[in-house]
Design a protein around this ligand. Structure first.
Ligand code: UGA
Length: 451
């Protein structure tokens, strides 16, 4: 995800630098070269259209790009391993290794290679070994770590004004030179004091640590949300009042149905695996609890919905608002919607889904591949709608899973009129106004708030 936005911003800020994005997937490259780029990210399309063909190119000719580049970003997938040693926890580095081998094989001049993918600590060391063992005589490689901290939905904003750019390097003379070369690219638009340089391993660990610390805050507030529901406290009030302490701060303290996205869970599991490999079981358990709490929050919300609907949702119509893992993105990876809908289907409910950005084909793929739902169950129980109103028609309940702004301003009076009664609404994102909805007649349940 990160390479498209990052490269588009570099191309836009550095007109004298030629940026080529290569991918072995021809269909994806064709999409980047078309009128409809393959990812939805506010501001990205404009940047790509402005630079494409000038100093920003998309190509599947990997070798040609390796030959002509001085700096090479390795920005490949590092999914959680699905089998073998470290199954379910460790990162699968097969693509990093393949890319490194390709560079070693093809390069005819010295290069700076930059790890952009999120990788476990000391991956740079493995890359170095591969490069040393395979390079042509006279060709040298320097490796840098330059993790990405942008968030989806705000990628371009984050890249234009980053809190920090982190560059990890070896302390050797050539390592410092390589760091200076990359640093001078960012210095075109990032103030010098925000360009932080560290040892390689610190940089690699910082990426995992940052995501773990952010996710930990969400699991902490979500754990408190359960206490709020049981006691009558209000999690929004608790979060606001805690966040006013400048040592705590207000960000990433919004209770929710659980965090999703391609990074948080994967990176924490990576950290857990690393801790276990280092024989630090207490440390591993500590971080794993963040993911366990997140799974609990999703399960807890699903169970609450069934309970409120008189302990059975068999044959009932549940309308799900939002399928993306957060607003302003079409990305669905690890979205809480997947786990929730799987739970509804297990109870034989009819599920009506509406999301402003996610394509029906993606929803079908996720539910039949990432969840335990068969094609037959999908055909029978799931319908994807093109607007929020038809999705809610004749349903027993609406469940808000993604915090799209659109859901705040719908005509809930009109929606109420088309639903079965009692009409229930479950706010998994704390974005609706419960009082106004209750006045219309809805039974409202909000995470972290007593009914
Ligand atoms: C995250 C980090 O925020 C980025 O800094 C990092 O670069 C990125 O992962 C990555 O490693 O590539 P992202 O996954 O795009 O970015 O999205 P976030 O905004 O962090 O949201 C993650 C999940 O947490 C979403 O499901 C969101 O709805 C949820 N969330 C976020 C909450 O439930 N409560 C909050 O207060 C904040």
């Amino acid at each position: 995800m990160s390479s498209g936005p990052t490269c588009a911003v570099i191309a836009s800020k550095c007109p004298d630098i030629k940026v080529t994005i290569v991918d072995i997937n021809q269909a994806r490259i064709d999409a980047w070269n078309s009128d409809k780029i393959p990812i939805y990210e506010p501001g990205l399309e404009e940047l790509v259209f402005a630079q494409r063909g000038k100093n920003l190119f998309f190509s599947s000719d990997v070798d040609a790009a390796i030959l002509e580049s001085d700096l090479i970003f390795v920005s490949v997938n590092t999914p959680t391993k699905k089998g073998g040693i470290g199954k379910g926890f460790a990162a699968d580095l097969a693509y990093v290794e393949a890319a490194t081998r390709r560079i070693a094989l093809v390069a005819q001049s010295s290069k700076v290679i930059i790890e952009k993918s999120t990788v476990p600590c000391r991956t740079a060391e493995s890359m170095r070994k591969i490069l040393d063992a395979n390079h042509r005589p006279g060709v040298t490689f320097d490796i840098l770590s330059n993790p990405e901290f942008l968030a989806e939905g705000t990628a371009i904003k984050d890249l234009f004004a980053p809190d920090r750019v982190l560059i990890g390097h070896l302390p050797s003379e050539t390592g410092v030179k390589a760091m200076q070369a990359l640093s001078s690219v960012y210095a075109r638009w990032v103030p010098q004091e925000r360009i932080v340089t560290t040892r390689l391993w610190s940089s690699e660990l910082t990426k995992l640590a940052s995501n773990a610390l952010l996710a930990q805050r969400i699991s902490s507030i979500n754990a408190l949300s359960a206490i709020c529901e049981a006691t009558g406290a209000d999690v929004d009030e608790v979060s606001y009042a805690c966040g006013l302490d400048s040592r705590i701060g207000p960000k990433f303290l919004k209770a929710s149905v659980g965090f999703g996205g391609s990074c948080f869970q994967k990176d924490i599991l990576n950290l857990v695996y690393l801790s276990r490999s280092l024989h630090l079981p207490e440390v591993a358990d500590y971080w794993e609890q963040v993911v366990i709490m997140n799974d609990y929050q999703k399960r807890r919300f699903g169970e609450q919905i069934v309970r409120e609907l008189f302990n059975t949702i068999t044959g009932k119509k549940i309308c799900v608002y939002g399928f993306a893992f957060k607003k302003d993105t079409g990305d669905t990876r690890e979205s809480a919607a997947i786990a929730l809908i799987e739970a509804f289907v297990k109870e034989n409910a009819n599920v009506q889904i509406y999301d402003p950005q996610v394509e029906a084909s993606q929803i079908h793929y996720d539910l039949t591949h990432e969840a335990d739902i068969t094609d037959a169950q999908y055909e029978k129980l799931i319908t994807v709608h093109k607007n929020a109103y038809t999705a809610a028609e004749s349903s027993d309940a609406i469940v808000v899973v993604t915090e799209w702004d659109e859901f705040k301003t719908l005509d809930y009076k009109k929606i109420y009129g088309t639903m079965k009664k009692p009409a229930c609404i479950f706010d998994g994102r704390l974005i609706l106004k419960p009082e106004a909805l209750r006045e219309i007649g809805f039974k409202v349940t909000t995470i972290g708030k007593a009914a």
